[in-house]
Design a protein around this ligand. Structure first.
Ligand code: SAH
Length: 317
């Protein structure tokens, strides 16, 4: 705005920040086209955001909370509980940082709400942020290209369905029976599997959008054929998708990645039973791009500040 006096421009520049958040660190796994951003918040906390490039898609994965209260035993995000919900502008700004990382030639085409936190535990702020992101003046993403992933909170799933949204819903199941799910996903003790599935059925009935069940395969724990059988029995003839995800190991946790053989056999069994199965490719393991892993290494604020100063070039490690 060169038509403003220089002094006024200086005053404006020092009085206003264009954004409240900033990228403290960028890790790139160039050969996979994945970039992971550590996004610093105004209060000194940080969350993660991942950008994935594929042939004709650019998908961003955003966080909704600092930490997570759900306590799934294998996940890095919830190891220290939840600090707070993100404000809606803090969610929007992750999209903006991701878009700037991609540059002008490549637009974000899809979003997955699968970063840190439980999205349905911060529903009002998330919906406000997605309204912004979907508006034509902003990124203009359609709701159909946005997946909200939840640990499975039935009241919130029903509330979302009643709003007549067109988002894709993914439910993190991870176990085919309550006994095992109680151990892996503690919130199951409050909302057992049948209530989660009933809410997901309701979502499908109200929105017409098929639900995806996510199933993280943990070596030796939930990856045996008997589990695949129970899962197929549980889902029956529902028109659902199952996303199998090989566990991405978290330092300090005792869980293991399944063997390739176990993943293949699990998928094959479900397919034989008529279920649509996707085996999610592991991306960004080198840059520790699974939920909460990057922040875990950088939680100490002094380390955070140092990382911010050192990484402005965005070079990988
Ligand atoms: N709280 C939401 C969204 C965030 S987690 C939910 O539970 O769905 C997104 C997905 O990544 C969930 O299915 C989660 O269980 C899974 N996940 C968490 N840690 C993982 C890890 N180390 N390896 C593979 N998947 C992981």
């Amino acid at each position: 705005m060169s038509d403003l006096p220089k002094r006024l421009r200086e005053q404006l520049a020092s009085a206003f920040l264009p954004l409240e958040t900033r990228v403290l660190r960028t890790d790139q796994a160039a050969e996979e086209g994945t970039a992971k951003l550590l996004v610093g918040l105004a209060d000194g906390r940080a969350v993660e955001c991942v950008v994935m490039r594929e042939a004709d898609r650019r998908t961003v994965c955003v966080s909704t909370q600092v930490g997570c209260a759900m306590g799934c035993v294998f996940c890095a995000s919830g190891l220290a509980g939840v600090d707070r919900n993100l404000e809606s502008h803090e969610i929007v700004e992750q999209f903006l940082h991701a878009q700037w990382t991609l540059g002008q030639q490549q637009r974000i085409t899809h979003a997955v709400i699968m970063g840190m936190g439980e999205p349905l535990a911060n529903l009002p702020n998330l919906l406000a942020a997605l309204d912004t992101i979907c508006s034509p003046e902003s990124l203009g993403l359609s709701q159909r290209r946005i997946t909200i992933s939840t640990v499975g909170l039935p009241p919130a799933i029903r509330k979302l369905a009643d709003r007549g949204v067109r988002f894709h819903l993914a439910v993190s199941l991870h176990a085919p029976n309550d006994h095992l799910r109680d151990q892996l996903v503690p919130v199951n003790r409050r909302f057992p599997i049948r209530e989660v599935i009933a809410a997901a059925d309701y979502f499908f009935a109200r929105t017409g959008r098929q639900v995806t069940y996510e199933y993280v395969l943990l070596g030796g724990l939930n990856d045996r054929l008997e589990h695949a059988q129970q899962l197929a029995d549980l889902l029956g003839r529902r028109p659902v998708h199952v996303n199998l995800i090989a566990y991405n190991p978290v330092a300090g946790l005792p869980y293991r990645t399944p063997t390739e053989h176990a993943v293949r056999e699990f998928a094959r069994y479900l397919k034989r039973r008529g279920i649509v199965v996707h085996v999610r490719k592991t991306k960004g393991r080198r840059i520790e791009a699974a939920c909460g892993q990057l922040r875990l290494r950088h939680r100490d604020p002094a380390t955070l500040a140092a990382a911010g100063a050192a990484s402005s070039g965005g070079a990988g490690r």
